[in-house]
Design a protein around this ligand. Structure first.
Ligand code: FNR
Length: 376
């Protein structure tokens, strides 16, 4: 009501309420490097486009006269209570977009009780983010060095992150022409990946704390070591020993990998292609969801990202088997354009849009949402 009445009354919000228009505003309003960092994807970016287009292949079939006067979007995922099935997904180096970076995002999410997933590639140390955050999960880029991995995981547990989201699809950066065409390292130098730079094991590897004198070395060490291409399913047993809480594997696109995740004792998966940033030509994420949900949906927590831009998108992903969705680019653009307030705006718009779309299509709780509400 607040958003709607303000809009109807002529109090236009500072940022667009439609998230496609928000991207356009970011294209106009952000420095080229910052916009390109967020918008970019692998190769010709055809998978990134397909992630969005695929939502139009599914249509909601609204139902009438079902008493939707009182609605509840609340849910609990991996032990975390949520006001709506919406989680901020991990996005690295957020200070590229705004000087307050991850801290602004943490404050915006905390104000709404929304769960934030902090990237390992955070430009703020995780302890500083935790001090300002509400419900929080930690995303792990599993580095080559096990001692470093154990250190990052231990710090996350000590900082009150309650679930570990392990990203499998990015053990190295993909062929991303927009990144390749930009001079990012000088840009990153001034920002730094403080979450690594503040780590005692990372510091040991580069011979001491990060200073102006060894900043280049620190960045190169980070780039060379953040991922490990030799990992296999057998390595998950080690991870399980390191972390007592739920573990979620992010980047699952094949039903057999979903099955292996369950068999390996993982607590959930994120069906995701990293917003099309890794394998160009890969299956659109929403196209991967139904088969995965039918393979493991009853046995594990299924989350989804890559392409969510509206309440209808969220409803479709839930109907196809996700328990909650993660948001990526939209909140990064909003951070760049409007800082903490911008991120809050995007979350409020998405939750309000989901509430209205659910109600107008005849659903008052998440339990009412089934594949039957969609037609292809
Ligand atoms: C990402 N993503 C990501 N994922 C992750 O596990 N760790 C990370 O550090 C990052 N960093 C990152 C930076 C930027 C700029 C983007 C756009 C994305 C992927 C992210 O979590 C999510 O999977 C995608 O953003 C989903 O796609 P859409 O919805 O943004 O199109």
């Amino acid at each position: 009501n607040e958003i709607y009445l303000a809009g109807l009354g002529g109090a236009r919000p500072g940022l667009p309420t439609d998230l496609h228009r928000l991207e356009e505003a970011a294209r106009q309003g952000l420095p080229e490097q910052a916009f390109g960092y967020v918008a970019g994807a692998a190769g010709s970016e055809s998978t990134a486009r397909a992630n969005l287009a695929v939502f139009d292949q599914w249509k909601i079939v609204p139902r009438m006269l079902r008493d939707v006067g009182s609605r509840d979007l609340g849910t609990t995922v991996l032990g975390t209570a949520m006001p709506a099935p919406v989680v901020l997904g991990p996005v690295g180096v957020l200070r590229i977009l705004h000087p307050e970076g991850e801290l602004a995002v943490a404050r915006a999410a905390a104000a709404l009780g929304v769960t934030m997933t902090l990237s390992t590639a955070s430009s703020t140390a995780m302890e500083e983010v935790a001090a300002e955050a509400g419900p929080r999960w930690y995303q792990l880029y599993w580095p080559k060095d096990r001692e470093l991995a154990a250190s990052l995981i231990g710090r996350a547990a000590d900082s009150g992150f309650t679930a570990l989201v392990v990203t499998l699809d990015t053990f190295t950066l993909a062929w991303r022409p927009r990144d390749l065409d930009q001079a990012y390292l000088p840009f990153l130098q001034g920002i730094g990946v403080q979450n690594y730079f503040s780590d005692p094991v990372f510091q040991k590897a580069i011979g001491g704390p990060v200073t102006d004198a060894n900043r280049d070395l620190a960045l190169l060490h980070w780039v060379a070591n953040f991922g490990n291409p030799t990992l296999t399913w057998d390595d998950l047993a080690w991870l399980r020993e390191q972390w007592d809480g739920p573990i979620v594997l992010k980047g699952i696109q094949h039903p057999e990998d979903a099955r292996r995740a369950v068999d390996a004792g993982m607590d959930g998966i994120v069906v995701s292609n990293h917003g099309g940033r890794q394998v160009n030509g890969a299956i659109a994420a929403l196209d991967a969801l139904p088969a995965i949900a039918s393979a493991v949906g009853g046995e594990t927590t299924v989350l989804f990202d890559s392409g969510i831009r509206s309440g209808a998108d969220i409803l479709k992903a839930l109907a196809l088997g996700a328990q909650a969705v993660m948001i990526g680019r939209p909140y990064a653009y909003a951070l760049g354009l409007g800082g903490e307030e911008g991120v809050r705006h995007v979350l409020r718009c998405l939750m309000a849009d989901l509430d209205l779309t659910m109600a107008l299509s005849g659903h008052s709780t998440l339990a009412d949402i089934t594949p039957a509400l969609l037609s292809r």
